[in-house]
Design a protein around this ligand. Sequence first.
Ligand code: NAP
Length: 275
Amino acid sequence: MLHLGLVGYPLEHSLSPKIHTAALRECGLDGDYSLFPIHPDDEDGLKDLLARVRSGEITGINVTIPHKQNVIPFLDELTPTAEAIGAVNTIYLRDKRLIGDNTDADGFLLDLKRFIGNRESKIANQKSALILGAGGSARAVVYALINDGWNLAIAARRIEQAQELASYYNDVESIELTSKIQSFEFRLVVNTTPIGMIPNINQSPWPEGLQFPHQAMIYDLVYNPRETKLVKDGCAAGLSATTGLGMLIEQAALSFEIWTGCNPSRDILFASINQ
Ligand code: NAP
């Protein structure tokens, strides 16, 4: 029997149990996926949970806000991806060692490629992207895009946060998230801020009154609501735009494969969240 789960805080609205329960069923595996809400200040709670993975009682756990960095000191090893991103979203035991991995970057890139589809060859020489926000998910997105050959600029309301993230890479620009972003021309805009998330569904991270870059594609990591204001405004301006639901599914499927060796059908995982 496999015991899987998610640690974070708060977790009430998490879609992960539905996704992973569907994956277990599809792969014919006996198991469950539990939520472990652990308060940001509860270091002992976090250590106790990790001890249950170390003992083999729990097969694997996903990690979300606010623990993606908090867990690192209690692990034995990080994969190169988790190390480069500086955050962990997947934990498992291998050869008695507690390993921290990160599937957000690959999950984002796989879904971005699905979204770009047959436009990929057309933009081959114009891979320039603007990242809105410079928090935890921006780290995974920047890592993924740099490795896929994109030129990047990071826009954050605190310029020093954008500068700090940009400093890990060569030739990544940092700008304030204001109308200053107008002076750049991008083929892709990625929102990594929580702006527009339920309940603030009438908000958009895109500065008011500013035109979108000509021919840009918009990828909004926010997936709750299913259509964000940024996505709606982008579509209304004639652009292609998507939320991050596909990334959520991909990162979950990649974690599931790490724990079980089974690669679940994405269609079945998508269907599970509408049930
Ligand atoms: P985070 O670490 O808290 O980072 C959020 C970033 O957004 C920070 O740079 C923050 O700046 C900025 N920000 C927050 N409110 C802002 C505002 N009102 N105006 C301008 N900037 C603002 O959060 P995260 O983990 O990156 O998550 C961000 C969003 O991505 C969440 O909605 C999350 O659900 C979503 N997400 C989706 C997926 C997926 O699979 N689709 C995966 C990961 C995350 P400050 O530091 O100045 O506040």
